[in-house]
Design a protein around this ligand. Sequence first.
Ligand code: ASP
Length: 352
Amino acid sequence: MTKIFSFLFTVVLVFSCGNDKNVAENASTSSEKTSGKNPTFGLVIHGGAGTILKENMSDSLEAAYTSKLEEAIRVGHKILENGGSAMEAVTKTINVMEDSPLFNAGKGAVFTHDETNELDASVMDGATLNAGAVAGVTGIKNPIDLAVEVMNNSPHVMLSGKGAEIFAKERGIELVDPSYFYTERRFQSLKRIKEREKENKISVANEDTFIKNSKYGTVGCAALDKNGNLAAGTSTGGMTNKKWNRIGDAPIIGAGTYANNATCAVSSTGWGEYFIRAMVAHDISAMMEYKGVSLQDAASDVIQKKLSELGGTGGIVAIDKDGNISMEFNTAGMYRAHMNAQGELTIGIYKE
Ligand code: ASP
């Protein structure tokens, strides 16, 4: 009897030690993740997709885009390297591109048909699935900051127009006179489109081809921080010559922006109407979650098959919970950059 008891005691002891080891191992991996020991991190950005061809690009403009993409991604990378959050990296990186006239976001926003600038932006936090968005704002210097404010300090996900601007004033977000968004380059683009419209060169019949041949200049960022948290953000002026307070995909959570710590963080650029109908950003995450496919397989399926078959053009940048990235597009080019935990930087404009 004593022998049986001591045998059972030994068995229980061995098992419990084994379990303890597992618990300890699990605890150490999860605490390593949360304490930032041996973590991976990284971020990926876009500055718009479209008919971006080497033969139409001057050397100086190409250099300007490349150096602004690098400046922006280095800002976010530094934040992540120092242990900052994915959300902070996303917003500060986007701020750099919003403040540059090169991109169709913030300062460089395109003009509406009425010669105004109406800006849209959104952010999503993959840890909490919280999100914030603004649409059709005309006097906010950095719409991405207002989207964060909506997420953190309002009971809502999306605010639009005048109401969003009243909220911005209450929250101390930087306001600018709408004339701040005037850039000669964007104004000339509007004039060219309007002239073609007048000459009936753009009709309902060929409007699709015309839009497809445009450049979409939205900016976006997706990041993974040392704590394993994902975040994504997108900011845009929308599409040149837009009418009737048209709103695109950039401020629509699930279309232009999506982040979920269980899968990935995504930011889109392209012909917004199609990205809304295909729910591009969420669809990539859902494919990973429900089908167990990799980020790259999900992104390529959604952009090259689903979106393309619908007739949509554009692309995405995305990063998953392990730091894998995707920069997938079905247009001639997409301004893009990626930087990983080792500080390796890749920048691209055209299709390889
Ligand atoms: N997706 C944006 C929109 O449809 C345009 C862009 O990406 O440039 O408003």
